[in-house]
Design a protein around this ligand. Structure first.
Ligand code: SF4
Length: 83
C-alpha cells in the first residue's frame, strides 16, 4: 500500500553530504597530513556570478551537492598545486 508520493522502491536517493564524500575519499585513499584540499591541484575553483569548487578526482555534477570545501583535510591523492 502506498501512503505518500513515492512507494518505498521509488524514494529519491539523496546525494551524499559533503562530509560523507570527503570521508569516503579518506577511507579509499587515506589522509595527507598537514594539507588541505584548497592547496591540491585536483581542487578546481570556478568563478562566475558566484564561487564554487569541485574535486576533479570525484564524481562531479552541476549540482551544489558535489561542491567541495577548500578546508577539507586532504586525502591521499593530494598533489601540491602550482598556484
Ligand atoms: S586532496 Fe585533492 S584529490 Fe583529495 S579530496 Fe582534496 S581536492 Fe580531491
Amino acid at each position: 500500500m502506498q501512503n505518500g508520493l513515492f512507494s518505498d522502491d521509488e524514494l529519491p536517493v539523496a546525494a551524499p553530504r559533503q562530509n560523507e564524500r570527503i570521508a569516503d575519499m579518506h577511507r579509499m585513499f587515506g589522509v595527507t597530513d598537514d594539507a588541505i584540499c584548497g592547496n591540491c591541484q585536483h581542487f578546481v575553483r570556478y568563478h562566475q556570478s558566484t564561487r564554487w569548487a569541485k574535486c576533479s578526482k570525484t564524481r562531479t555534477t552541476a549540482s551544489r551537492a558535489t561542491d567541495w570545501r577548500a578546508r577539507n583535510a586532504a586525502c591521499g591523492l593530494f598533489e601540491e598545486a602550482d598556484r
